[in-house]
Design a protein around this ligand. Structure first.
Ligand SMILES: NC(=O)c1ccc[n+]([C@@H]2O[C@H](COP(=O)([O-])OP(=O)(O)OC[C@H]3O[C@@H](n4cnc5c(N)ncnc54)[C@H](OP(=O)(O)O)[C@@H]3O)[C@@H](O)[C@H]2O)c1
Length: 404
């Protein structure tokens, strides 16, 4: 796919006055416990047990957002209308906390979005109404707002600093764009920081996770040799189709070490040169002994971010931590932690996608009337392959006024 400048696909915001955007409300997806759900008027609701707690999800209406494009308070800001959003792994822990909170309350969900610019502040010169934008989660410490653009991405209107937005091309759908930013930026940062040598054998763990699917794409795009480690045997054909050298299938009920040894032997390699791992608490203790001297291990997260109903024995398999630490030192292993990435990482990923080198792992696109499906596929379904996106669809709520 070749991409052109992402400007003007929709024109927006004609004749709007400073102040509130629409007449009253915008939509958002929230999660909460039973006590709060009882009082919330939902456009659509879905309740499900999640890790031992009843969680209530609701599409609700919230008061719309004030944005004074001429005033100094919003000079560097942009008002965006969200067309599509998605949620991330981390939100599961946050929403469970909200649902379990004795004092009630709700959490507005969403970590990634794609939308159109409605208005820009007086100091914003390089964006204009109608531009298609998504979040830039750059963690550059010199920025005033390092990290995710928003943790309330489902909110239909967003006021965000210009620096936290990136334009995306018209060839990319809103759903694709809402599935792209966090995974792509994190993956490109990890590959950049890993600096794999040509011909290196790189293991990518939890290969069917959203993050690892982007990592595999980034590595394959650069011609690296990728070994996909997965507990999803059914996903092997899809992983092979992405261009990995082969897949090492682990089962959560079996010892991982003999399977890893057999895989390495079958591949004719003694050890991996590098590991990319989104779940350090599961894989570090299993892989350190299979990583070569002077090898590199980069990780962006842990699995246990919320309480499990029944602890999974697979997680604890592997060397005791004292031995892991000792091996890291004795083998001169570089252990790298990674949080998101830079604007350059996101731009590079976008360029690779536009050049047809980076597929976007998109499992499901759902929308209003599809809340149950969205929640199920995002957090509960097995066999998911990529991101799950909620799309508000064209038109939007009547009371937001016409912007098409
Ligand atoms: N720091 C950052 O900047 C950043 C950015 C993005 C993500 N992250 C982190 O990266 C991690 C992954 O996030 P994600 O959104 O990519 O996750 P995800 O898509 O929800 O990951 C799901 C995958 O995890 C594996 N898995 C699930 N349960 C498992 C179990 N009990 N035992 C072993 N494997 C299991 C499965 O992979 P297989 O079937 O292939 O085994 C499954 O497909 C999280 O820790 C997240 O916080 C960090």
């Amino acid at each position: 796919m070749e991409c052109r400048a992402g400007r003007g696909a929709e024109s927006a915001g004609h004749g709007r006055q400073a102040g509130r955007v629409g007449s009253a409300v915008m939509r958002a997806l929230v999660a909460m416990g039973a006590a709060t759900a009882h009082h919330v008027r939902a456009l659509e609701a879905y309740s499900t047990p999640l890790h031992g707690s009843a969680v209530h999800f609701a599409l609700v209406e919230r008061p719309d957002t004030a944005f004074d494009e001429a005033g100094p308070a919003h000079a560097g800001d942009v008002l965006v209308r969200v067309h599509a959003f998605s949620c991330n792994y981390r939100e599961k822990g946050r929403l469970l906390q909200a649902a379990r909170r004795a004092e009630g309350g709700y959490l507005v969900l969403g970590s990634e979005f794609a939308g159109t610019v409605l208005k820009v502040g007086s100091a914003v010169e390089d964006l204009r109404p109608g531009d298609r934008v998504f979040g830039d989660g750059a963690v550059d410490a010199t920025l005033a707002h390092p990290g995710l653009s928003t943790q309330r991405a489902s909110q239909e209107l967003q006021v965000l600093p210009r620096a936290k937005l990136m334009r995306f091309p018209a060839e990319m759908s809103f759903a694709q764009a809402a599935a792209f930013g966090v995974g792509a930026q994190t993956a490109y940062s990890m590959v950049r920081r890993l600096r794999p040598a040509r011909g290196a054998h790189i293991a990518v763990t939890a290969a069917t996770s959203n993050t690892s699917l982007f990592v595999i794409g980034a590595l394959v795009a650069r011609g690296h040799t990728v070994h996909a480690l997965t507990t999803s045997a059914a996903a092997v054909p899809q992983l092979r189709a992405l261009g990995v050298r082969d897949c090492c299938v682990l089962t959560r009920s079996e010892a991982a070490d003999p399977l890893l040894q057999a895989y390495l032997a079958a591949q004719g390699i003694e050890k991996f040169d590098a590991v990319v791992d989104p779940f350090m608490d599961i894989y570090l203790r299993k892989l350190v002994r299979h990583l070569r001297r002077d090898g590199s291990y980069i990780t962006c997260g842990v699995y246990q971010q919320f309480s499990e109903e029944a602890p999974d024995g697979f997680i604890d398999q592997g060397l005791p931590l004292a031995e892991v630490f000792s091996l890291i030192v004795r083998k001169n292993i570089s252990l790298i932690g990674n949080n998101l990435g830079t604007t350059g990482d996101l731009a590079e990923a976008l360029a690779d996608h536009c050049a047809g080198r980076l597929p976007i792992p998109l499992d499901t696109v759902t929308g209003p009337d599809g809340l149950a499906d969205f929640v199920q596929r995002t957090w509960l379904a097995s066999g998911r392959h990529g991101k799950v996106v909620f799309e508000y669809g064209p038109g939007g709520p009547a009371n937001m006024g016409s912007e098409q």
